[in-house]
Design a protein around this ligand. Structure first.
Ligand code: APR
Length: 268
């Protein structure tokens, strides 16, 4: 049972790591957006806990019959009682919470160089973070399977199913990466480059259940990077963390900003 002075010590340790880092990055997951009203996937009230996790064959099912996939998708988006509807409804209503804002602040302080997020809600960017790698895509975008061309979904009139790319005629899907779908190569390469550059990694709100993202903290630690975890619960990554701050992102991240800003200011 950690006490408040344990927490203060751990917070000071985390601030020291981040303020002293040459190149700190972050890896975030669904837990960061829980305080924005978006359910996580594997927690007690998680989407997969409630509805079951989609099959790893999801992408193959899409590829075999994209028209049928789109017909079902559009129906699910407008019919309550399924994970697609619940997630879309929550993300449509969501706004950045103090956790997102704190991470944008850490970028402005040149403490955080890049955020790798597994979230598809676009809230890091809305909170003001500029350097964001969306390893699982962004649900506000569409992407061509053929040429990779991405376009905003807003304003794109879906008339034919499946929608076809105006650039190459390929099939258009949601930008969100499906189970069984390869991560777009350019995005994955960019993430790996950041992981290889970092000497500190801030893990926020991820269970560490899904690869390749879950490998990033392990890869970084192997290279000597310091790992900090922010989560109310223990995870598959907790053992790899040098500092564990137990609690909600929306409370802990602003405290990290205050503790780190003091050190950065002190270094003038
Ligand atoms: N602050 C910080 N962490 C939180 C909070 C909070 N307020 N609330 C919950 N958490 C933690 C949970 O304890 C859990 O460890 O967030 C984590 C959420 O884990 P998951 O639901 O597994 O989400 P994530 O790790 O992002 O899942 C990875 O799985 O299904 C795929 O594409 C999906 O990107 C997702 C990926």
């Amino acid at each position: 049972m950690s006490t408040s002075c344990d927490f203060e010590r751990d917070l000071a340790d985390a601030a020291g790591i981040l303020a002293g880092a040459r190149y700190a990055i972050a890896l975030t997951g669904a837990g960061l957006s829980v305080e924005s009203g978006i359910p996580s996937f594997r927690g007690p009230d998680g989407l997969w806990t409630r509805y079951g996790q989609p099959s790893n064959l999801s992408y193959r099912v899409f590829s075999r019959d994209p028209q049928a996939w789109w017909e079902l998708r559009l129906r699910d988006e407008s019919t309550p009682g399924n994970p697609t509807y619940d997630l879309k409804d929550a993300v449509d209503r969501a706004t950045p919470n103090p956790g997102h804002t704190a991470m944008a602040e850490l970028e402005k302080l040149v403490i955080l160089r890049t955020v790798i997020t597994q979230n598809v809600d676009g809230l890091h960017t809305r909170a003001g973070s500029d350097s964001v790698l969306e390893i699982h895509g962004n649900r506000n975008y569409l992407r061509c399977v053929g040429c990779g061309y991405r376009r905003p979904r807003d304003g794109y009139l879906i008339t034919d199913l499946p929608p076809l790319c105006s650039q190459c005629g390929g099939v258009i899907k949601l930008d969100t990466v499906m189970f069984g779908e390869p991560i777009p190569r350019a995005t994955l390469d960019a993430c790996i480059e950041e992981v290889q550059k970092c000497d500190a990694m801030l893990l926020v709100g991820t269970s560490g259940a899904v690869n390749p993202a879950a490998q990033f903290p392990l890869m970084a630690r192997e290279r000597g990077a310091q790992i900090i975890e922010v989560n109310p619960e223990g995870t598959q990554l907790t053992a790899a963390a040098h500092v564990v701050l137990t609690g909600a992102a929306g409370e802990i991240l602003p405290a990290i900003v205050l503790a780190t800003r003091g050190r950065v200011a002190g270094s003038d």
